[in-house]
Ligand binder design. Structure first.
Ligand code: KIV
Length: 289
């Protein structure tokens, strides 16, 4: 895959020089799982900004504009206060910043649960305003009718079961799900209901591994794990978590960088140079001709 980005800084740092490449499609990703077997696991990460999308795009099959942006970008206590306006703005930025990965945008809490019609109106707005390929929503069997309603009207839907962060007030926290037999069985039947309703894929979050494996085996559509199992059909992480932006992350996060220290270190050196008047130097200063 040739995906070299050439940034034309003379025009705008946000616009990479066009590098034509056919964007992945929902059916192409769906076809990765055939008769229960996925030979090429789906690589997914969250993205919230255009520049982040530019950097992640070539490595990912799917970019998710997750409502985790509430905490990660806006410093909110949970994803509950996230609005459709926020998702639309960040979704559009991520679509502008990518040309290879398929982009999905989360339906935020309160914009889809009341009825299939409410979900369709919210999802249609996200597709129109952002150019994303589809939406993700949380909830199991109770959302099956809505998933079918959207899928039958041309909107690909990713379901989300197990730990569903929008339900934090009901769950009482972000602990691992499925430790009891009853809860495990419910998560599997929730995933089956979503798949039967026409979900394109299912995210399974924060469950004990046997449940993630059982769900992956039980449904025909791809299952994307986050705190699930390496045996899922794909994996997703919150990008800032895997980059090491935050001190506190769930156990299922692997840090591939320690970016918080890099940023803080750079800011510290900048601050020292401003205070000592070492910055700006000659190289950063315009002189008369
Ligand atoms: O909001 C989000 O980022 C998500 C992923 C963690 C799956 O739902």
């Amino acid at each position: 895959m040739s995906t070299t980005f050439q940034l034309d800084t003379a025009t705008s740092r946000a616009n990479p020089t066009p590098a034509p490449m056919k964007r992945l499609t929902v059916p192409a990703i769906r076809r990765r799982k055939q008769d229960g077997v996925t030979t090429e696991p789906i690589v997914a990460l969250t993205a919230y900004t255009a520049r982040q999308a530019q950097l992640l795009d070539e490595h990912c099959d799917l970019l998710l504009v997750g409502d985790s942006l509430g905490q990660v970008i806006y410093g909110l206590p949970s994803s509950v206060p996230v609005t459709l306006d926020m998702m639309a703005a960040h979704g559009a930025a991520v679509v502008r910043g990518s040309y290879h990965a398929v982009v999905f945008v989360d339906l935020p809490f309160g914009t889809y649960e009341a009825s299939p019609e409410q979900a369709f109106a919210s999802a249609a707005r996200l597709l129109k305003d952002t150019g994303c390929a589809g939406v993700k929503l949380e909830g199991g069997a109770v959302m099956a009718e809505t998933v079918a309603f959207l899928a039958q009207r041309g909107i690909p839907v990713i379901g989300h079961v197990g730990l569903t962060p929008q339900a934090v007030n009901q769950l009482g926290g972000y602990g691992v799900r499925g430790r009891s037999d009853a809860e495990a069985a419910k998560i599997v039947s929730d995933a089956e209901a979503l798949a039967d309703a026409g979900a394109f894929a299912i995210v399974i979050e924060g469950v004990v591994e046997p449940i993630a494996i059982a769900v992956t085996k039980a449904v025909a559509c791809p299952v994307i794990g986050i705190g699930g199992s390496a045996q899922c059909d794909g994996q997703i992480l919150v990008t800032e978590d895997m980059l090491g932006m935050f001190e506190r992350v769930p156990r299922f996060v692997k840090r591939y960088e320690e970016i918080a220290g890099v940023i803080s270190g750079a800011a510290g050196r900048y601050a020292a140079e401003v205070r000592s008047r070492a910055f700006p130097g000659n190289e950063q200063t315009y002189q008369p001709k």
